[in-house]
Design a protein around this ligand. Structure first.
Ligand code: FES
Length: 222
């Protein structure tokens, strides 16, 4: 069940170009991989949606990239600070699959450590824009890593028969959908509430406007 709690920050660790933020778990349910949580930095009322990266005993960990004022504030919190966390929210990945292959790009690898743990360490294909960003691949077991200009869809094109679970930027997801029409894709959208109230995350799916925080963020490619 989703809930909102102030959780104490345990650690703020650099992982290449990203930050792994570890917080006490409190009574928050880690949920299903691919679900997300709204994180509120101290003094910043607008929360940011983040998928869970790791769920070690007693903790929740989120992988963050500082790309704007909200994420910069989250990346700057220090051990001992308190952070409001609300979740789990939305729909995660379906795990009843035979041959999982994780396909991720950039900060889109964020849900994969937890997903990989739940699926028993399946193979992963990860793409990054630089070697420094690619350091995040160390969090994902059994990962093959490519760095731009090589795109993750290049090795993917040579593979068949996998149940693809993908997360990354929209152009990557569109390309993955072409190659793996049955893939499960985790999409991103700006989100203000996270539970269907603000319509800020509306996207057009098959001609119908849907709230991604309720219908997704994980959607079947088909
Ligand atoms: Fe408010 Fe989806 S984030 S409706």
């Amino acid at each position: 069940m989703r809930r909102r709690e102030a959780l104490r920050v345990v650690a703020n660790e650099a992982v290449g170009a990203y930050v792994l933020l570890r917080v006490e778990r409190g009574r928050i349910d880690p949920g299903v991989p691919g679900q997300f949580f709204m994180l509120e930095a101290p003094g910043r009322p607008l929360p940011r949606p983040m998928s869970l990266c790791q769920a070690p005993p007693g903790e929740l960990a989120f992988l963050l990239e500082a790309v704007g004022p909200g994420t910069r504030a989250l990346c700057a919190v220090e051990p001992g600070d308190e952070l409001y966390v609300f979740g789990p929210l939305g729909n995660g990945y379906r795990l009843d699959i035979d041959r999982p292959l994780l396909v991720g790009g950039g900060i889109g690898v964020a849900p994969f450590p937890y997903l990989s743990q739940q699926l028993g360490g399946p193979p992963a294909l990860l793409g990054f824009r630089s070697g420094r960003h690619a350091e995040a691949a160390a969090l994902v077991p059994n990962a093959e890593v490519v760095v731009e200009p090589t795109l993750v869809t290049e090795p993917l094109a040579g593979l068949g028969g996998y149940d693809v679970l993908a997360c990354g930027p929209e152009p990557m997801l569109e390309a993955v959908r072409e190659l793996a029409p049955r893939a499960q894709l985790a999409w991103e959208a700006p989100m203000a509430c996270g539970y269907g109230a603000c319509f800020g995350c509306s996207v057009e799916i098959e001609g119908v406007l849907q709230r991604l925080c309720v219908a997704g963020p994980v959607l079947e490619a088909a």
